[in-house]
Ligand binder design. Structure first.
Ligand SMILES: C[S@@+](CC[C@H](N)C(=O)[O-])C[C@H]1O[C@@H](n2cnc3c(N)ncnc32)[C@H](O)[C@@H]1O
Length: 395
């Protein structure tokens, strides 16, 4: 059936309408006339896939990746980066009502981490919404050091080592390979370019961790600890935070959902004291090491859930909040209202939960700025850095 695409939905799919239904068409662009095949019929809408482009958008380009139509990792390889940026800005305008600055990611191959799955010796990504593995030889989002390891992994038998899951990280020119199988001397020698190898949670080569240098501070990152996947994006978020803190007097700060204490450490010389709260044990131990390595004396680390500790603080001037996609729970929202921190910096990787949380905080906090940082170029995801101040404080 033939449809005219009106605009993007929030996941980068084309939206079309006929007399009685809305259609969400994967990989169709605004302005295009397309032939589609309906893949799912629902009561109020249909999902469809592109069969043929009848009238092409001038923003359509050929995908550089042969896996684009199979692997759900990228959403925008069929269009220009300008069109993707427009989509991301419009999404922020629709959901959050504003978009003050957009920070681009210049190059492809920006990701410093990948998780791969293995089945029947096939190494790759899960196809979207399935456990079908799409074999990967090269990924345009991944750092080329990671691609080189994938290329080598593809040449040996994973079943010989019972490997079903692989993590590869690349930071500061060094590579870490973490597998859930048991590797042997051949495997270790074969990957002589890899700096650290972890097999079934045991370090079998190297020191077992990665390091990254941000703003003259050094960060230790072990395999299972969260770290931002795009260094340029991370540095842009840091620029936004540093700019916001300039000329502000901050005595007590909280770094909530702190990972390796990234933001806490990066603001530590601008504030009186910081408490970082992180649930993951490994990340919290990295944070303690990072504080020592950088000779910082004003950060305390709590290994626990934000919602279990948040009500033990008062007289807070700044909260940096960087939660997982699910956003903030009810108790944390209630307490953020109660402690009435002078400033909040909300770093979010999910605009829907951010919108929900901002709505719940709006009686107490005013939004000063909404910044988009393109942490996940070529996908529909984007990092949002929201700068807020409490209603009773002048900007
Ligand atoms: C998006 S990451 C941000 C980490 C860190 N701020 C950074 O930029 O590297 C979210 C972090 O929140 C942690 N986390 C998830 N739920 C949590 C909770 N209820 N309390 C504390 N930490 C939590 C995760 O382990 C993860 O490290």
């Amino acid at each position: 059936m033939e449809l005219k695409i009106i605009k993007f939905d929030h996941f980068g799919r084309g939206i079309a309408k006929d007399s009685n239904k809305i259609y969400f068409v994967d990989k169709a662009l605004p302005g295009e006339i397309v032939d589609v095949i309906v893949t799912q019929e629902k009561k109020n809408y249909n999902e469809a896939k592109l069969d043929k482009v009848i009238e092409k958008s001038n923003q359509r380009i050929d995908s550089i990746c042969p896996l684009f139509n199979k692997c759900g990792g990228c959403n925008f390889l069929h269009t220009t980066y300008e069109e993707e940026i427009k989509f991301k800005k419009e999404k922020a305008l629709e959901l959050l009502g504003r978009c003050d600055h957009f920070y681009e990611t210049k190059d492809m191959n920006y990701r410093n981490k990948v998780t791969l799955h293995v089945k029947d010796d096939k190494i790759g990504f899960y196809q979207e919404r399935t456990h079908e593995i799409i074999k990967v030889d090269y990924c345009y989002l991944l750092d080329d050091r990671i691609n080189r390891v994938i290329n080598e992994l593809n040449k040996i038998s994973m079943s010989d080592y019972n490997i079903t899951k692989i993590i590869i990280k690349s930071n500061n020119g060094k590579v870490l390979l973490d597998v859930d199988g048991i590797v042997d001397d051949f495997f270790i020698t074969y990957f002589d370019d890899v700096d650290t190898i972890i097999s079934n949670n045991k370090i079998v080569k190297g020191n077992g961790y990665q390091e990254e240098i941000i703003d003259n501070k050094i960060f230790k990152i072990t395999s299972k600890a969260f770290f931002q996947v795009n260094k340029q994006g991370l540095e842009n978020i840091n620029r936004i935070i540093q700019r916001y803190l300039k000329d502000k007097k901050i005595n007590k700060a909280l770094d909530l959902y702190s990972g390796t204490s990234l933001w806490g450490i990066l603001i530590s010389d601008k504030v009186g004291e910081v408490t970082s709260i992180e649930v993951n044990k490994e990340a919290s131990l990295n944070a303690i090491d990072n504080i020592k390595k950088n000779i910082i004396s004003n950060i305390k680390v709590i290994n626990g859930r934000v919602e279990d500790y948040i009500d033990t603080f008062n007289n807070i001037d700044l909260c940096i909040i960087d939660p997982p996609r699910s956003g903030l729970d009810k108790k944390t929202i209630a307490y953020l209202k109660k402690i009435n921190s002078k400033y909040l910096i909300y770093v979010s990787c999910d605009m829907f939960t951010l919108k929900r949380d901002l709505e719940l905080l709006k009686d107490n906090y005013i939004i000063n700025e909404v910044n988009l940082v393109d942490m996940f170029k070529r996908t529909y995801h984007v990092e949002t850095v929201c700068l807020l101040c409490r209603k009773s404080v002048d900007k």
